[in-house]
Ligand binder design. Structure first.
Ligand code: FE2
Length: 347
């Protein structure tokens, strides 16, 4: 009870603090966009600068590392937000499900972004993509031993797999994908079998799983591709280079439906006052110049075809992508979350 009270108080304080930052640091101008971003400023600022230089429209960015949904709900109709930027289809889906986003139509967006990565009514659009790959030990995993997500639940990997919390947005997307690809009954078998293969309780982030492979605690983990780029170039914490070098990237299901590719993306808010400029900003972010910046700065894949990959990302190899629509996968998130509870995956 005490903890709940404290966390509510902390959240309220956080809301007030951030509201103060938004209102005092960024005065309103006639041509502007109020952007709420859970993507990190180092990644977004060069893109916003290029947009403002090209259009003259000022962008007032509020960085919300966590709690976008709660934040927007607390602001209600008075929210100044015109546009949100977030990672993972799950986060975009949850904001949409809460009625916070509005559908927009733009020929530029439908041309630049594959349908697979967009909400069918334009309530969110993928802007960068990342493959959910398997990181396998270079020394303890035999070539061809793991080739699919289904293999992660095979008894041959008993006590050899690590994963982050099954409730994490990335893993709910993975389980939702299994439901779409294999059906609910198959997912009900896959999830507990995967749990049986875990060498410890599901915990930690993507890089922590790879660290555990490096340290010999497990042989296999699943994770997003950009973390490999972040690890092997990490000058601040060079030991992460060794973590990255200890694993191979395995693109799963290459002889079948393909690897699951998720997105970071954007959605125009329901009460956007600067809707036209917000759409212009998404269009800009889906265009060649911005897609190139995205590709170079965070080891992600551009969603627009024809934009060059970062050389390191290209070196990981070409792969077949699962063509299941992200909107379809997102609709199974609720069932995936229920299943995680039913099998007590995190216990
Ligand atoms: Fe991430």
């Amino acid at each position: 009870m005490k903890n709940n009270h404290a966390s509510r108080r902390n959240f309220a304080y956080f809301v007030l603090l951030c509201a103060a930052i938004l209102t005092t640091a960024v005065p309103a101008t006639a041509s502007e966009v109020n952007l709420y971003s859970s993507r990190q400023p180092f990644l977004i600022k060069p893109l916003l600068k290029a947009f403002t230089e090209g259009t003259g429209a000022k962008i007032n960015m509020l960085y919300l590392k966590k709690g976008m949904l709660e934040w927007l709900k607390s602001e209600g109709k008075k929210s100044p937000a015109d546009l949100i930027l977030m990672s993972d289809i799950g986060n975009l889906y949850n904001n949409d499900k809460a009625g916070l986003l509005r559908g927009v139509w733009s020929k530029t967006l439908t041309t630049n972004i594959p349908d697979q990565f967009c909400h069918p009514d334009g309530r969110w659009f993928g802007l960068t993509s990342r493959a959910l790959v398997i990181y396998g030990s270079k020394t303890r995993l035999k070539p061809g031993e793991v080739t699919t997500y289904e293999d992660l639940a095979d008894p041959k990997l008993k006590d050899r797999v690590y994963t982050r919390s099954a409730k994490h947005v990335y893993n709910i997307s993975l389980l939702a994908l299994i439901i779409v690809a294999r059906g609910a009954d198959a997912a009900k078998v896959w999830a507990p079998d995967l749990k049986d293969n875990l060498a410890r309780k599901a915990q930690g982030n993507d890089r922590a799983q790879v660290k555990s492979v490096y340290e010999g605690e497990c042989d296999v983990a699943a994770g997003n591709t950009y973390y490999m780029g972040k690890m092997v170039t990490n000058e601040k914490n060079p030991v992460q280079k060794e973590w990255g070098k200890s694993v191979n990237i395995i693109f799963p299901n290459q002889n079948g439906r393909g690897v699951h590719v998720n997105v970071s993306g954007a959605g125009v808010t329901k009460n956007a006052k600067n809707r036209v400029n917000a759409i212009k900003l998404i269009e800009f972010l889906s265009g060649d110049a911005a897609q190139k910046i995205y590709a170079e700065s965070n080891y992600e894949y551009p969603v627009k075809t024809g934009v060059a990959l970062h050389p390191m990302v290209a070196s990981w190899g070409k792969f077949k992508t699962d063509r299941a629509y992200l909107s379809k996968i997102a609709r199974e998130r609720t069932n995936a979350t229920k299943l995680v509870d039913q099998v007590a995956f995190n216990n």
